[in-house]
Write a protein that binds this ligand. Structure first.
Ligand SMILES: C[S@@+](CC[C@H](N)C(=O)[O-])C[C@H]1O[C@@H](n2cnc3c(N)ncnc32)[C@H](O)[C@@H]1O
Length: 359
C-alpha cells in the first residue's frame, strides 16, 4: 500500500497540513513516523479517517464526539454511529431554528429603527429576552420519564386492560388512536407525520391506509422499535421543540399521549414548530391528557381525593396536563378553527384546521 507524506495527503484531500497535525495532536489519527527522516507517513486508512473527520466537522460535530464515532466505526458498530449522526442532525436543526429566530428579531429591530428613526430600547430588550427564553425552554427539556428504558415494554403497557381504564396510564388507547385517524381522514397522496411516535402505533393506522408517514421521537430506543415493527417507516430522532423536518412538508401532523411531556410554555413553542413543518393548509390531530380548564382540573383532583386516589394525583403531577382552553386559545390566535372531543375527563382530542380550510 502506498504511503503518503503530509504534503501529498493534504493536496489529495484538500485539508491543510496544519489541520492534519492538529487532528494528530488530538489523537484522532496516528500516522507512522519514518525512522530516518521523522516524516509522517499516511496510509489509505488514515486518508479515509481524515476524510471522515472533515465530513463530521462539516456537520458541526465536536472533536470529542468525532473521536467516539471513529472508535465505534472501527468496532463496526454502525447503529451507534447512526445514532450519533441522528443526534447531530437534531442539533443542526435546533441551531437553524435559533439562527432564524435571531434573524427575525434583528429584522424587527431594524424595521422599528427605520420606521421611528429611533430605537426603542424597551422593545429591543423585550425581543431579545424572548429569544433567550425560547433558547432556554429548548435546552431545559429533559426526558424525566426515561422512554428509552420503556421501549421494549411500551406495547405491552398500552395494550394492558388496566392501563386503558380511566385511571390507567393509557385510557381508551385503541379508541383514541382510531379517532385521530377517523377525524383527520387522510386522503390518498397526502403526507403525514406522527410526533412522539413511540413504537409507531398511531402512524401504523395511517400506513395501513397506504399513506406516506414520517415519525419523530426523542427516544432512540422507541424509534428502533418503531422501525422494526413497520418496515419502510422513516423516523427521525429529535425534539418537539426543534423538529428536524424542513418547513411545509406535511399535510397533517398527529400526536398521541405525548404533548403532556411539555410545560405550557414549551407546548406553545412545539405548536409553532408543528405549524412550521405543515403546509399552509396542514391540519393537526392530537389526543392527550388535558382538562377543559383550570376549574375542571381542580374538580377532578377533588373527586380523586374523595376517592382516595392519591396515586393518580401523584402520577398526574409528574407531567403537564394541558389546559384545553389555553390550547384552543393558541390555535385560534394562530388562525386555526378547532373541534374538540372529551374522550375521558382527562383525555381529550383536538382537531385543528387553518381557518380557510374545512372542518
Ligand atoms: C407516552 S409515549 C406515546 C407514544 C405514542 N404516541 C403512542 O401513542 O403509543 C410518549 C412518546 O413521546 C415522546 N416524547 C415525549 N416528549 C418528547 C419531546 N419533547 N420530543 C420528542 N418526543 C417526545 C417519548 O419519547 C415517547 O416515545
Amino acid at each position: 500500500m502506498a504511503l503518503l507524506q503530509i504534503k501529498e495527503i493534504s493536496e489529495r484531500l484538500q485539508i491543510s497540513a496544519r489541520a492534519i497535525r492538529y487532528y494528530e495532536e488530538k489523537g484522532l489519527i496516528t500516522p507512522e513516523k519514518q525512522e530516518s527522516s521523522g516524516y509522517r507517513l499516511f496510509t489509505e486508512q488514515d486518508a479515509a479517517r481524515l476524510q471522515t473527520i472533515v465530513s463530521l466537522r462539516e456537520v458541526g460535530m465536536s472533536l470529542e464526539e468525532i473521536g467516539r464515532v471513529l472508535a465505534q466505526m472501527e468496532e463496526g458498530d454502525s447503529e451507534d454511529v447512526l445514532h450519533h449522526l441522528e443526534l447531530q442532525r437534531a442539533v443542526l436543526f435546533s441551531q437553524m431554528i435559533e439562527i432564524r429566530q435571531s434573524i427575525e428579531t434583528t429584522d424587527r429591530i431594524i424595521a422599528r429603527g427605520k420606521e421611528q428613526k429611533k430605537l426603542a430600547w424597551d422593545d429591543i430588550y423585550e425581543w431579545t429576552a424572548s429569544l433567550k427564553q425560547s433558547k432556554q425552554l429548548r435546552s431545559n427539556w429533559q426526558d424525566h420519564w426515561n422512554y428509552d428504558s420503556y421501549a421494549a415494554l411500551h406495547d405491552e403497557r398500552v395494550g394492558g386492560e388496566r392501563s386503558q381504564q380511566e385511571y390507567g396510564a393509557y385510557p381508551s388507547y385503541p379508541f383514541a388512536l382510531h379517532r385521530v385517524l377517523e377525524v383527520v381522514n387522510p386522503q390518498k397522496g397526502e403526507k403525514g407525520v406522527d410526533l412522539g411516535t413511540g413504537t409507531g402505533n398511531l402512524a401504523a393506522l395511517f400506513l395501513e391506509r397506504g399513506l406516506e408517514m414520517k415519525g419523530l421521537d426523542q427516544s432512540i430506543a422507541m424509534l428502533r422499535e418503531a422501525e422494526r415493527k413497520h418496515s419502510g417507516y422513516e423516523v427521525r430522532l429529535g425534539n418537539f421543540l426543534a423538529i428536524p423536518y424542513e418547513d411545509h412538508q406535511f399535510d397533517f401532523a398527529v400526536m398521541s399521549y405525548a404533548l403532556h411531556h411539555l410545560t405550557e410554555e414549551q407546548k406553545r413553542l412545539a405548536l409553532l414548530e408543528i405549524k412550521r413543518i405543515l403546509k399552509p393548509h396542514g391540519r393537526i390531530g392530537l389526543v392527550d391528557f388535558m382538562f377543559e380548564d383550570r376549574q375542571a382540573r381542580e374538580h377532578y383532583v377533588r373527586t380523586l381525593r374523595d376517592e382516595g386516589r392519591e396515586d393518580v394525583i401523584a402520577d398526574m403531577e409528574k407531567s403537564h396536563y394541558a389546559d384545553r382552553a389555553q390550547l384552543i386559545h393558541w390555535f385560534e390566535e394562530h388562525g386555526y378553527v378547532t373541534k374538540v372531543e372529551e374522550i375521558h375527563k382527562r383525555l381529550h382530542f383536538i382537531y385543528a384546521v387553518p381557518a380557510r380550510g374545512h372542518l
